[in-house]
Structures are given as structure tokens and as C-alpha cells.
Design a protein around this ligand. Structure first.
Ligand code: ARG
Length: 288
């Protein structure tokens, strides 16, 4: 069912991602401002872009695992939202919108079948968590909240994962997950769009990131912050020239892998690639 695409011969264990292929990708409902059922993704182009992304991640040295998307779950191609992985354990996503809720069980099944153990949720119906809101920066987990994730869920993550969590309230609904406005580059640097957050969120992030690459709303609207970083390579859906030259000045290599069909559903590269090493891999039991 799943398959390891590649782990390029690097001396370090490769960074691992879980992707979901676009077998059943579509825009059949509208749960964010990008989605309209009037503008459906093209099937062949989606496959081309998805295969292109797998190839780019692989070329950057990552190991890519994948599983198929299922009929009726047209957003399943965004597996980042199904959970938060910490070493050999994970917390399952609790989706805000009913349209996506069944995805959590499928993502959890894949993780359980591959040696991860699940940390249960307390019996509280008011907790929502989507993995796109959980972004690690150094020793801290940043957690977007508002559109999709609730503050109580962020507090739960902090407790069960024993990690400091900083919540960042999102006020611009176009950037409904934190991974659309914040992209960590390494322990000191991050790309971010502060105008997406409330003043308190801006203040907290400003104190946390010693070397920021601050981007405008227009730059963020290209999905440039919805990128993944593998060592010194940043794999991006788009990269405005100013951002590219700032990244290159810092010694990063930019690889643009267009995923325009997926942007129609409001998701880019970070949404499409669940980070299996988000919070470290020590003590991992799985044969991955
Ligand atoms: N259509 C999906 C949704 O609205 C897109 C998910 C994007 N995921 C992300 N991690 N930003 O939920």
C-alpha cells in the first residue's frame, strides 16, 4: 500500500515525509477562502505536480513515504493536518470541519502500522487540532490558533509532548494554518508574515526568532511560506525574487516545485508533506 520512494545516499538518516497521492484529489467543498467548486483541479496536472514534488524532496535528500487518497476524502492529499509526530509517538488531528474528519483515522492507521504509538486525547469536544498549525522552531512548538486549532488543544500538546508551546492567533482567514505564514529555516532563522497574526502573536514571534525573513501579505499569498526545509534546501511552491535572494545570501538553495492544482484547495508543499521528524526521532522503534 505504501512505498518508500527514496532516501538519497546521505551520511545522515534522511528527513522523512509522508505524502498522500492525488488519486481522489478534488475540490468538492469550500472550507477556506481559496476553495471554490467552480475551479476544480486538473487530474493529470495534479499527478504531474505531485510526482514532481516527490522527486524534488528526494533530490534534496529526504525519504518520502506515501499512501493513496480515498474516494470521498478530496483533501486527503494534505496529510500534514492528520497529526503531530514526536519521535515514535503522535497526537492525531481533530479537524474543525466535518468534511475532513475521516482523514484523521486513515492517517493514524498508517502511523500505527508503521510503529508509531498514539497519545490519546482527553474527552473534550472543544479541542480542535490540525497539524498545519503545529510548527517547530528550535525547542519550541509554535501553534497557530483561531481558524482551525483551539488554544485548549495547544495546551494539551504542550502537556503530553512536554514541550513549550507558543500560541500564535491568526486573524487573516486566508492563512488559516500557521504553516502558511511561518516557515522555520533553522534554529535561528525563519520566513514569516507577521501581518497574518494579532499584535500579541507578532510580539511573541519577534522575540523568538533572532534572524527573521519578514515577508508581506502579497509575498505570503504566493504560498512561499508553505515550504519545507531539508538541510540547506528549501522546497517551495513559489519564491518571489526578494525572498530567493535573501535565502541565497544565507546559503540556502531554493528549489521551486509548482503545485498550482493543490493551491486551488488552499494547500501548498508543507501541507502536502507530513513531517515524520517534526519533534525529533530519538528512540524511534519503527522500521521506517
Ligand atoms: N483544503 C484544505 C483545508 O482547508 C487545505 C489544507 C492545507 N493544509 C495546511 N497544512 N495548510 O483544510
Amino acid at each position: 500500500m505504501d512505498d518508500i520512494v527514496s532516501a538519497a545516499g546521505s551520511p545522515h538518516p534522511p528527513k522523512r515525509f509522508l505524502l498522500c497521492s492525488p488519486d481522489n484529489f478534488d475540490v468538492t467543498f469550500e472550507i477556506n477562502p481559496w476553495m471554490t467548486t467552480e475551479r476544480r483541479p486538473d487530474r493529470e496536472k495534479s499527478w504531474r505536480e505531485w510526482n514532481g514534488l516527490v522527486a524534488e524532496l528526494r533530490a534534496a535528500g529526504a525519504a518520502v513515504h506515501h499512501f493513496p487518497s480515498l474516494p470521498g476524502l478530496s483533501d486527503m492529499v494534505f496529510p500534514t493536518d492528520v497529526g503531530v509526530v514526536d519521535g515514535n509517538r503522535f497526537v492525531r488531528g481533530r479537524f474543525r470541519h466535518p468534511e475532513r474528519r475521516d482523514e484523521a483515522a486513515h492517517g493514524a492507521t498508517w502511523l500505527l502500522e508503521h510503529g508509531f504509538t498514539e497519545i490519546p486525547w482527553p474527552d473534550d469536544p472543544n479541542m480542535y487540532l490540525e497539524g498545519g498549525d503545529a510548527v517547530r522552531f528550535g525547542d519550541v512548538l509554535l501553534c497557530g490558533n483561531g481558524p482551525r486549532t483551539s488554544p485548549a488543544a495547544a495546551a494539551h500538546l504542550s502537556r503530553v509532548l512536554d514541550i513549550p508551546v507558543v500560541t500564535v492567533p491568526i486573524v487573516d482567514p486566508r492563512f488559516y494554518h500557521l504553516d502558511m505564514s511561518f516557515c522555520p529555516l533553522d534554529d535561528r532563522r525563519a520566513i514569516y508574515a507577521p501581518d497574518v497574526w494579532d499584535v500579541e502573536g507578532q510580539r511573541v514571534v519577534e522575540k523568538l526568532v533572532p534572524e527573521p525573513l519578514i515577508i508581506s501579505i502579497d509575498e505570503a499569498l504566493t504560498f512561499s511560506a508553505n515550504s519545507v526545509v531539508i538541510g540547506r534546501t528549501v522546497v517551495m511552491p513559489a519564491c518571489p525574487p526578494r525572498i530567493r535572494s535573501a535565502l541565497e545570501d544565507w546559503g540556502f538553495t531554493v528549489r521551486v516545485s509548482p503545485v498550482d492544482e493543490f493551491l486551488k484547495a488552499g494547500g501548498g508543499i508543507r501541507c502536502m508533506a507530513l513531517d515524520l521528524d517534526l519533534l525529533g526521532r530519538s528512540g524511534h522503534l519503527s522500521p521506517l
